[in-house]
Design a protein around this ligand. Structure first.
Ligand SMILES: NC(=O)c1ccc[n+]([C@@H]2O[C@H](COP(=O)([O-])OP(=O)(O)OC[C@H]3O[C@@H](n4cnc5c(N)ncnc54)[C@H](O)[C@@H]3O)[C@@H](O)[C@H]2O)c1
Length: 319
């Protein structure tokens, strides 16, 4: 019985790094694909191929050479960067997904595909707490590409038999790799500005509440949905998953429990408009019922884990 081979496309990115580490630590065989080499030390011993996901022939050759069985397609232009170069974002996000789905449909060895969607599929009219089937009029090119991508996933499942599974991630917060140009990046980058002489400048308003998730829960969701029996999955697009919601001033208040002198100022930019089109939270009952989704990490534990990872000396760390 040949062993599984897990191929992560976009492996050098924020989520790819964490997913690769988790799969590797679980004893799985992992192949890393990206246009830039991963830099996280634990990944340097894993096989890496420089492949542009827009090059389907190159992608096909690598899948075949490594007998890939599971594909995690993470390469994408994110919300904020996508607005700055819409044609590039559309080309990368749609072409990449269609190449992966097409290869999965045509290659017998590929058993499963994981492709993340996003809260960016929601927009005005989706509701403050977005339901699984909420009205969707995305406000960004990124959101449009995720919304259409979900429909392509559903089509490839129904008409080509591809076992592709997806979740709508909120803002992801992790420690191993920097964020790649999203609207929720402030909640990661702030941890690199806690002790400087200048206040941290937040690009969202103090009151802008958004759904967020620790990387451990994000990686857990990907692995959990892939291990669920296919018959239990009623949703063929992407599942809402929810973990916590906070606004910048609530995050910074939690940080001040560790770093009392931490200072911040607010200078909302174009990302504020994107953020204000997104819901505060998501209803995730269907994910909980169908495959047992249950987040483990809330705001206090998230901040503690970020502080610990950055080895910040805290004069009065609470427990
Ligand atoms: N990070 C979040 O908060 C968040 C939230 C919701 C959904 N997501 C989704 O999760 C996935 C991963 O996001 P991320 O935050 O890790 O992104 P990221 O920007 O950190 O990483 C993306 C990776 O893709 C690589 N890449 C770019 N173009 C490529 C190409 N043409 N071919 C191959 N690789 C290419 C980049 O070099 C980078 O390493 C994306 O689909 C994103 O939409 C992320």
């Amino acid at each position: 019985m040949p062993q599984d081979m897990h191929c992560i496309i976009g492996a050098a990115g924020q989520l790819g790094t964490e997913l690769a580490v988790a799969l590797h630590h679980a004893g799985e065989r992992v192949l890393l694909l990206d246009i830039q080499a991963p830099t996280y030390p634990a990944l340097l011993e894993l096989p890496f191929e420089t492949v542009d996901v827009r090059d389907q022939a190159a992608l096909s050759a690598v899948f075949g050479a490594y007998n890939v069985t599971h594909v995690y397609h993470l390469a994408a232009a994110l919300s904020a960067r996508g607005e700055q170069d819409p044609q590039w974002a559309w080309d990368l996000n749609m072409k990449g997904l269609l190449h992966v789905l097409d290869l999965a449909a045509g290659m017998d060895g590929i058993a499963q595909v994981f492709w993340p969607s996003s809260i960016a599929v929601f927009g005005p009219g989706s509701g403050v707490v977005a339901a699984q089937s909420a009205y969707r009029l995305p406000s960004t090119v990124y959101g449009i590409s995720k919304n259409v991508g979900e429909q392509w996933c559903s089509w490839y499942h129904q008409h080509r038999g591809v076992d592709v599974r997806s979740v709508r991630y909120p803002g992801l917060i992790g420690t191993l790799a920097p964020p790649g140009g999203g609207t929720t990046d402030y909640a990661v980058e702030v941890f690199d500005h806690l002790h400087g002489p200048d206040p941290y400048t937040c690009f969202l308003k103090a009151e802008e509440r958004l759904p967020m998730m620790h990387m451990d829960d994000a990686v857990g969701a990907a692995l959990q949905i892939l291990s669920a029996p296919r018959a239990s999955l009623r949703c063929t697009e992407a599942y809402n998953i929810n973990a916590m919601s906070f606004n910048p001033q609530e995050l910074f208040a939690e940080i001040r429990r560790h770093v009392p002198g931490f200072k911040v100022e607010y200078a909302p930019d174009f990302r504020q408009n994107i953020a204000s089109s997104w819901p505060d939270a998501l209803h995730d009952d269907m994910a909980r019922e169908d495959w047992g989704w249950a987040p483990k990490i809330g705001l206090p534990a998230l901040v503690s884990s970020m502080m610990e990872a950055r080895k910040v000396q805290t004069p009065s760390s609470p427990h």
